[in-house]
Design a protein around this ligand. Structure first.
Ligand code: FAD
Length: 277
């Protein structure tokens, strides 16, 4: 069976960034991705930029999936965005709660992502294919894993078609999460989110923030490589390729790459896996 690849970008802040992303997309196109997705700043901070990149991707003939987060938004805001996407021929959305930027106090009319999924279904029926977020190492705000599983099941029940996970480096966490979710009767595909490793110190900071564990053996090895960028790149490629191999061998239905608007590492991992080309 063909392994489905999808690739995520963030909306660049400058016109140089937009040009560069066009080139990156052109290179990643050889992987024949199922879709390219574009993140969305909570509270609508990237609304125009996200939409503009999504429009370009769709015009290039790819499936384009905007992320849409609901925190800090009203129903009217979200309805307007849904109508814009529908009118632009967009058929897939990654539906999220998002995190309110610090200093932004207004929580808006949605509390959790399941409410957004319900709202999208109510407003647009089955027009959009909906992906939601999943956390094999648990969402950092979840008090107990069982609460997070229940929250995930609510998103599926509200009408999500599939899920994409937070990135992780521990395949067992993914397999355990999938088993637990299946026990709750949730059958939607759960696609592992894959973060290629380019800069280890940046990754370590970001991982603390989003609750991803960097296994000690990996962390110590990267720290030992200091600022040897070639060695970091080589070890990162080996680690992430081995992770993907294990995930696919264990039944993962596809791979979603957090590209960070770069092409080289994703291309090399897919070449080694012999997927997507
Ligand atoms: P939810 O599913 O609502 O869960 C959030 C927390 O609330 C969890 O701890 C959950 O257990 C808990 N919870 C849910 N329902 C209830 C309830 N009824 N009662 C009590 N607790 C509850 N962020 C962005 O801002 N923009 C993006 O583009 C973006 N893209 C992402 C893509 C992916 C694939 C992933 C994995 C994450 C992405 N994020 C993005 C980050 C995401 O917005 C944050 O992780 C956010 O904190 C949670 O969003 P969620 O949709 O998972 O929320």
């Amino acid at each position: 069976m063909k392994t489905e690849i999808s690739i995520e970008f963030f909306p660049p802040q400058t016109s140089e960034g937009v040009d560069k992303l066009r080139v990156v997309r052109g290179k990643l196109a050889v992987l024949k991705p199922e879709f390219f997705s574009v993140t969305y700043g909570a509270g609508g901070s990237t609304r125009e930029r996200t939409f503009s990149v999504i429009r370009e991707i769709a015009a290039e003939g790819f499936n384009a999936a905007p992320h849409l987060s609901c925190v800090g938004s009203t129903r009217d805001n979200i309805r307007e965005i849904l109508m814009e996407y529908k009118a632009a021929g967009i058929c897939r959305i990654v539906a999220l709660r998002g995190d309110l930027p610090s200093g932004m106090a207004e929580a808006g009319e949605f509390r959790y992502a399941n409410e957004l999924v319900e709202f999208i279904r109510k407003e647009t029926g089955d027009h959009f294919r909906l992906d939601v977020a999943a956390y094999p190492e648990w969402h950092p705000q979840a008090r107990f894993p069982r609460d997070d599983l229940a929250a995930f099941a609510r998103k599926a029940k509200a009408g999500a078609n599939s899920a994409i996970t937070q990135y992780f480096y521990n395949a067992d966490a993914y397999f355990h999460f999938v088993d637990e979710v299946r026990k709750l009767g949730v059958e939607i595909p759960i696609i592992p989110g894959i973060m290629p490793i380019a800069n280890f110190s940046k990754l370590a900071r970001f991982s603390d923030h989003c609750g991803t564990e960097l296994p000690r053996w990996m962390r110590r090895k990267f720290e030992g490589l200091s600022d040897d960028t070639e060695a970091i790149r080589a070890f990162g490629l080996d680690v992430v390729t081995a992770l993907c191999e294990r995930l696919l061998a264990g039944g993962a239905p596809g791979l979603h790459f957090y590209s960070m608007n770069q092409s080289a590492l994703t291309l090399e991992i897919c070449r080694r896996l012999n997927v997507g080309q």
